[in-house]
Design a protein around this ligand. Sequence first.
Ligand code: PAF
Length: 288
Amino acid sequence: MKTEVITTVGEIRDRLKIARDEGKSIGLVPTMGALHSGHTSLIHAARSATNFVVVSIFVNPAQFGPTEDFERYPRTLEADRQLCDAVGTDLIFAPPVSEVYAPNHRTWVDIETLGEQLCGASRPGHFRGVCTIVLKLFNITMADHAFFGQKDAQQARILEKMATDLNLFTQVHVCPTVREADGLAMSSRNRYLSPAERYQAPVLYRTLQWIKEEVRRGERECHTLIDEIKRRLFAIPGTRIDYVQIVDSNLLKPLIQIDRPALAAVAVFFGSTRLIDNVQLDPVSPGE
Ligand code: PAF
């Protein structure tokens, strides 16, 4: 059966009220569309935790910088709908920009410190845009549970913190990164890659696995690990490093030594396509 697409706030609210009145719990999978197997795994997680699943598809202008890819971001509603049909989704919420942001919209959600490093440093205003749209989606749907991918580790941490700090009703869940067979993390932006760039891109996964293995062997100096990763990435023609960082998993502050649970995160341009990936490092339980 074709999954129904709803485009207005009023209608999605009415439909979800009926579902709630029937005793159903609501699971929300917020996306920007161009759905792939990473999203499929989030929909599966929502299906197992709740009994009414909404996938939102909205390319949120507020989280793109002026020189970023908002205009060319893939918009593939029909294909997305087919994926939702196949996986099992109760409703798609795909509003136009005008339904979400009135011309006089003036209220934004800003989060302190957690957004200063990693993607927050290279994409000013990005997390303000993410937090604002996610809070709006939580308020519009009043979902019981919402599902996000660990591939966007900083986003996931920030949204968990927002949910705690603002006592949000919706519970945030973070699901493992889904990868291609060669290790490349699933991303809607992978479709921008030329065949040559696609061939190079799994280097991100390989370098992160190398860090994990070095930490397992006892390496604790962040600069040693970061320098080696940068050296390896510099050697690849056509790439440009945005950042290579090792941060405290909780506070997202750069570490000198890996003496607590940490996150190694990279952002690299392959041609004009910026890809991110990360791995969790746990010096206490090596090798896990
Ligand atoms: O991860 C994404 O696709 C987006 O940042 C999100 C969470 C849907 C907000 O627009």
